[in-house]
Write a protein that binds this ligand. Structure first.
Ligand code: HEC
Length: 112
């Protein structure tokens, strides 16, 4: 009847969890450290057509499709924009915070 199998599955699932967000707790702007780590190399200089941090016009044009669309592009990638900005340990929330940081620094309202 295989009645022992369920316990093993539970043990494996619990073992797979490990948090790494505690080290980022002392951070007033949650998206800033992610940006500085993962996004700055392309979005400060504007590599490969990346819209630059602080470029209000460029980001105004992007936000027209909505914040969630921008977060989805960040998670999934878009043309030369790599998925997750290559930050493989970043959660979707981290990436969303980084998008909010970019918009805020560029003087664009995310509509939230
Ligand atoms: C390797 C370079 C590179 C890195 C690293 C990178 N980006 Fe990008 N990003 C781009 C490029 C290039 C585009 C323009 C893509 C296009 O519109 O064709 C872009 C576009 C975007 C857009 C607009 C997407 C849209 O739908 O219009 C957002 C939002 C964004 N990046 C966020 C981020 C965030 C957040 C990070 C860090 C987690 C990041 N990017 C890291 C190159 C990069």
């Amino acid at each position: 009847m295989g009645k022992h199998v369920g316990l093993w599955v539970v043990a494996l699932v619990l073992g797979a969890c490990s948090g790494d967000s505690a080290e980022m707790a002392a951070n007033a702007k949650p998206g800033q450290s992610t940006y500085n780590e993962a996004c700055i190399s392309c979005h400060n200089p504007g590599i490969s057509g990346a819209p630059r941090l602080g470029d209000t016009d460029a980001w105004q044009a992007r936000i027209a499709k909505g914040r969630q669309a921008l977060v989805n592009s960040t998670i999934n990638g878009l043309n030369s924009m790599p998925a997750k900005g290559m930050c493989w340990r970043c959660s979707n929330e981290d990436l969303g915070n980084a998008v909010d940081y970019i918009l805020e620094q560029s003087g664009v309202s995310s509509g939230l």
